[in-house]
Structure formats: structure tokens, C-alpha cells
Ligand binder design. Structure first.
Ligand code: GLC
Ligand code: CA
Length: 602
């Protein structure tokens, strides 16, 4: 590459490589320390039988998409028997497959085929609550107050005259009270049961020995079928504070609350999660220690646990990934960070230091089935309150800007050391559906918040595979359980496959390079000198390869050092310049000890 002539708007920066923030993993470290894990939402990935609902045979038939994409593993959201009151996160039987999605044999086939293709399989475990259709809950209702059957859930007498008031003031995450009153078998108004989520999701009593042994047995059931790990739903919720004391605030874990947004603006830390009597109580950790023993008895290769734990501050969050607990926890801090360079630098630094303090890999994630897709989220001005769903009458994103930033954000994320999670469709640059008619919405948040929150259906719309097929190839017929937005055809897999510059090809290239350069197990040192609107760092691997990563979030293009050889970029570069909202990967023969601009350019 010839010398880059600095222009007035883009003077050559005096770069300096900061001290190493994070050191590389040793060669051949465990697979999960650097794995890229792709989340499949089974309802919405591929339908094999034309009923408009994705299913396990549909997934198996499409696994080659994941092999070609270059991910290491897939995580399946719940496919267990369920009334689907919360998209399957209301499990009626932990050891079977819902007929909607297939049969147990289909799960076995999926696992076997994935393993043939070199893909590991992670399933979702939902231990905080079951469905109200679970046999244990049915028996508990029938057995009546103060029975041992009720003791496996959290039943209490109501307060006030006649027990007409809920036992305490806790609110459900989906809105409304966290308690529902039952009618006793004799027809009288009876006790109340706790549900931190929907009334169809009664919370288990984790002080009960049978609950504990049941879940260890469920772990073994799926481990025996060959799964490589579990994503643990609401891992911070299982244990409640003794006496179930009142607590004022409602948790919105899916979008920013006014309160959380205000905290960000005024620079205050939000309240530590464990002050809320139903989150992050110390007692959860012994549960995960016992699970770890179960998992370890199946390795090698390691079977893993990944915590979904919305916990502040980070010093508490990392306790879930201490060496004898879970392997990983989702980094929702990263997901929630606005498109502001200083904030990204801060969250990367915080995350790596926190994870390193317990010897765990950091994880990175931008989208999942609970949040507005990042190609849409980033199409709003930075600092906009993160919504829980978008409706047709809400402000609409700038789709082109959102995609440009999403590509830049992913290119940044996939260069970070640790493990990364992708959500189905993001490899297509898929936007959120932002104009779903309210009467088609199925997320319980929508109804329980009185429509105040649109909820999560917009990120769960069936995948477009083929532009010109009915339902864009989601299934054999035109049926899709949620309508696909008009623009989805344009994003279909067949429109991007083999097309230079497409988002799909960008993801494929990034994942291939990430593997070749061992970026997931690399080191990280920030590069200073670009000014406040750029995130720049070097990822180095054990073979001495150095990758320079420059993400430009500023209004003006920035210059790369002379010796940098660009290997991938989220958008075309102008003359060695990195334009606005673009991330670049460049080989860079920098060695420790190089400090000045001159030596950087040598
Ligand atoms: C987790 C899941 C979410 C579900 C909730 C209750 O947050 O990701 O989809 O609604 O748990 O199970
Ligand atoms: Ca189907």
C-alpha cells in the first residue's frame, strides 16, 4: 500500500499502542472461550411442514447455512412442550419436544446432524419458572393449600380481609402484579402464587430439594442426548429473599426504563440488582456449583453453561462465571451501549477486566429474541431510549444508517477476544419489523403493559431465505406465523449469497478471518491518538499476528497507519481513509516497543 496523504480533514494521527488490557489465551484453549454461537429462535427459522411455524426438522434441513456462515455452535431457544404463553419460555415438560416443533427423535437428529457438520448444540434451560400447564403445577392446584405439592412453587395466603390482596407488592417483569390468585378445588377464592413473568409462568421454589434434583436430572437428560451446553434463562432469579419483603420498583429488563435512561444521563450507577429481593440473591450460586459438577462429569470436550443474568454492578455479575460456576454470561452491557466511541471503549475495557478477574472469557452480543434488532436500534440517534418494540405510529428508524452502523458494530464485535453471540437474521442485516398490526402481536408484554410496550414480536418474524418464494422460503407454503415486512425479500439469503459486499458475505468473511487469526483467543490493547470518536485496538494472537481494528464513529474520515494492510471493512474505504460509521480490520506489523508515529508507519 502506498503512503497515505493526510488531508486537512484527516491529519495523520500520532498513534500509540496502550499497554495490554487483556492477554491472549494459551494455544488450544477450550472451545467455548472463543466460540461464536448463533441463536436460533425455532418458531422463526425454517418451517418444514407448511404450518407457518418453524420446527426442528426445518432447522436440521438448513444447518448447512450455519456451517457456511462459519459459526461454532447454535443455541436453540425453547422447543419443549408448552402452551406458548411466552414463546416457549413457559415449559410444560422439560424432557420432550412440543408437537409444534416435532418429536424427540427430531431433536436427536438435529443434534447428530449438527455434530456431523462440526457445530455444537446448546439448548435453553428455563429453571426459574415452569408453565402453569406443567404436571407439578396442575397437581399443586389440585392438592390445595399447605400441601407438599404446593411447596414446589411459591404459594402464599393473601393479605387483607379474606386474603384479597396479593402477599406482597412485587410487580411482574411483563407488567401487572407478580401474583395471581387461584380458585381452590372447592370453588372458594384461594391462595396466590408468584410469577415474576406471565401468570402462565409460576416461579419454582428453589428451597425445595425436589426442584433441585429435578433440574439436575433434566440436565442429564439432555447431556445424555448429546447437547454441548445450556443457556440458562433468568439465572439471577431462582432464589428469593427470605420473607419475600415488599419492593417498590418494576423491572423492565428488555428496554430502558425512564429511570435507567435518567441514570445514564446523570451519570449515576443504577441500584445494585441484589437489593431487589427477587434478583441476584447469594443463594443462586450454590445451584450453579452443583450443576457445574454435573456438566464436568460429561467432559471433555467441555459442556457449558451460559447465564442470562441481568445483574449490576459488574463485580456481582462476574460471580456467575467463577471457575466452579458457569462458563459464560451474556454481556448485556455491551448490547445496551449506544453508538458512542467513548462508551464502547469503556464497556470493552470494563467487560474484559471483569471477566479476567474470574478467569472467564468475556462474551459479546448485539441482538437476541428479546431486544430490537441492532440494524434497527442503531438507526436512531445515539442516546435514544432503547425501546421494547416499535409500532407503526412510533418514530421510525433510518434503515440505511442503521444497517451501516450495524455492520460496523458487528465488525467491531467479532474482533474482540472472547465468545460472541449472533441472533438469527442479523447475518442478513435484517431490520426489525416495525409495523406489525397490534392484533397480531403475541408477546405477553404487549397485553400486560396495556400496549404501552409493543414487545418483542418485531425481532421474531420468520426468516427470509428466498426472495421469490412464498413466505420468502420460510416454509413450503406461504404461511408465516407473523407477517414478514415488505422489505424482507430484499434481505433474503439467496439475494446475498455470493454477492460481494452483501452483509451475509461480510459475516462469512469476518468469521473466517476471526478463526484464521484466532481473534477470539487473542489479546487486546487499545490504540490511542485517534481522538474521541474512534474505537481503535490491536488484537494479537499467539502466532504473533497483529490485527488493527479501527471503528470510526466520527463525522470525519480517519487515516490508517501506512503499514496497515486492510483485510476487511464494513463499508468501502476511500483511499485508505476510514469513513464515518465504518470499521476496518487491518494486518499491522506492530511489535511491542513501537511507540511513535514514525515507527508505526515504518
Ligand atoms: C428470558 C427470555 C425471555 C423470557 C423470559 C422469561 O429473559 O430471554 O424471552 O420471556 O426469560 O422466561
Ligand atoms: Ca412447522
Amino acid at each position: 500500500m502506498g503512503p497515505v496523504t493526510p488531508t486537512e480533514t484527516s491529519p495523520r494521527p500520532a498513534l500509540r499502542v496502550c499497554p495490554l488490557l487483556h492477554t491472549a489465551d494459551p494455544r488450544h484453549s477450550a472451545w467455548w472461550r472463543h466460540a461464536v454461537i448463533y441463536q436460533v429462535y425455532p418458531r422463526s427459522w425454517a418451517d418444514s411442514n407448511g404450518d407457518g411455524i418453524g420446527d426442528l426438522p426445518g432447522i436440521t434441513a438448513r444447518l448447512d447455512h450455519l456451517r457456511r456462515l462459519g459459526v461454532d455452535a447454535l443455541w436453540l431457544s425453547p422447543f419443549y412442550p408448552s402452551p406458548q404463553a411466552d414463546g416457549g419460555y413457559d415449559v410444560a415438560d422439560y424432557r420432550d419436544v412440543d408437537p409444534l416443533f416435532g418429536r424427540l427423535a427430531d431433536a436427536d437428529e438435529l443434534i447428530a446432524r449438527a455434530h456431523e457438520l462440526g457445530l455444537r448444540v446448546i439448548v435453553d434451560l428455563v429453571p426459574n419458572h415452569s408453565s402453569d400447564a406443567h404436571a407439578w403445577f396442575r397437581t399443586a392446584l389440585a392438592a390445595g393449600p399447605r400441601s407438599s405439592e404446593r411447596d414446589r412453587y411459591v404459594f402464599r395466603d393473601g393479605r387483607g380481609a379474606g386474603g384479597d390482596l396479593p402477599p406482597n407488592n412485587w410487580e411482574s417483569v411483563f407488567g401487572g402484579p407478580a401474583w395471581t390468585r387461584v380458585t381452590e378445588p372447592d370453588g372458594s377464592p384461594g391462595q396466590w402464587y408468584l410469577h415474576l413473568f406471565d401468570p402462565a409462568q409460576p416461579d419454582f421454589n428453589w428451597d425445595h430439594q425436589q426442584v433441585r434434583s429435578e433440574f439436575e436430572s433434566v440436565l442429564r437428560f439432555w447431556l445424555d442426548r448429546g447437547v454441548d451446553g445450556f443457556r440458562v434463562d433468568v439465572a439471577h432469579g431462582l432464589v428469593k429473599r427470605k420473607g419475600l419483603p415488599d419492593h417498590r420498583a418494576r423491572t423492565h429488563m428488555l428496554g430502558d426504563t425512564e429511570e435507567a435512561a435518567a441514570h445514564v444521563l446523570d451519570g449515576h450507577a443504577p441500584e445494585p440488582t441484589h437489593q431487589i429481593p427477587y434478583w441476584d440473591q447469594d443463594g443462586v450460586h450454590e445451584i450453579y456449583r452443583s450443576w457445574r459438577t454435573v456438566l464436568d462429569s460429561y467432559g471433555p470436550p467441555d459442556r457449558i453453561l451460559c447465564a442470562e443474568a441481568w445483574v449490576e454492578p459488574q463485580e456481582r455479575a462476574v460471580r456467575y462465571t467463577r471457575p466452579d460456576e458457569m462458563h459464560q454470561a451474556f454481556n448485556f452491557d455491551f448490547l445496551g451501549t449506544p453508538w458512542i466511541a467513548a462508551d464502547l471503549v469503556a464497556v470493552i475495557e470494563r467487560s474484559l477486566l471483569a471477566a479476567d478477574s474470574v478467569g472467564a472469557p468475556s462474551t459479546w452480543v448485539l441482538s437476541n429474541h428479546d431486544v430490537v434488532r441492532h440494524a434497527t436500534r442503531l438507526g436512531f440517534p445515539p442516546g435514544t431510549r432503547r425501546p421494547n418494540g416499535i409500532g407503526a405510529e412510533d418514530p421510525q428508524p433510518d434503515r440505511e444508517l442503521g444497517l451501516r452502523r450495524a455492520r460496523a458494530a458487528t465488525t467491531l464485535m467479532l474482533a474482540l477476544p472472547g465468545s460472541a453471540y449472533l441472533y438469527q437474521g442479523e447475518e442478513l442485516g435484517l431490520p426489525e419489523s416495525t409495523d406489525l398490526p397490534d392484533q397480531l402481536r403475541q408477546d405477553p408484554t404487549f397485553v400486560r403493559s396495556g400496549g404501552e410496550e409493543k414487545g418483542r414480536d418485531g425481532c421474531r418474524v420468520p426468516m427470509p431465505w428466498t426472495r421469490d418464494a412464498p413466505g420468502h422460503g420460510f416454509g413450503p407454503g406461504p404461511a408465516t406465523w407473523l407477517p414478514q415486512p415488505k422489505v424482507y425479500g430484499h434481505y433474503a439469503v439467496d439475494q446475498q449469497d455470493g454477492v460481494a459486499g452483501s452483509t451475509l458475505e461480510l459475516y462469512r468473511t469476518l468469521l473466517r478471518l476471526r478463526r484464521e487469526l484466532s481473534l477470539g483467543s487473542g489479546s487486546l490493547a487499545f490504540v490511542g491518538g485517534y481522538g474521541p470518536d474512534v474505537v481503535a485496538f490491536v488484537n494479537g494472537n499467539a502466532d504473533g499476528d497483529r490485527l488493527l481494528v479501527v471503528a470510526n464513529l466520527g463525522a470525519e474520515p480517519v487515516v490508517l497507519p501506512d503499514a496497515a494492510e486492510v483485510i476487511e471493512a464494513s463499508a468501502p474505504l476511500g483511499d485508505g481513509l476510514v469513513p464515518t460509521d465504518t470499521t476496518v480490520w487491518a494486518r499491522w506489523p506492530w511489535r511491542a516497543g513501537h511507540r511513535t508515529t514514525d515507527s508505526l508507519d515504518a
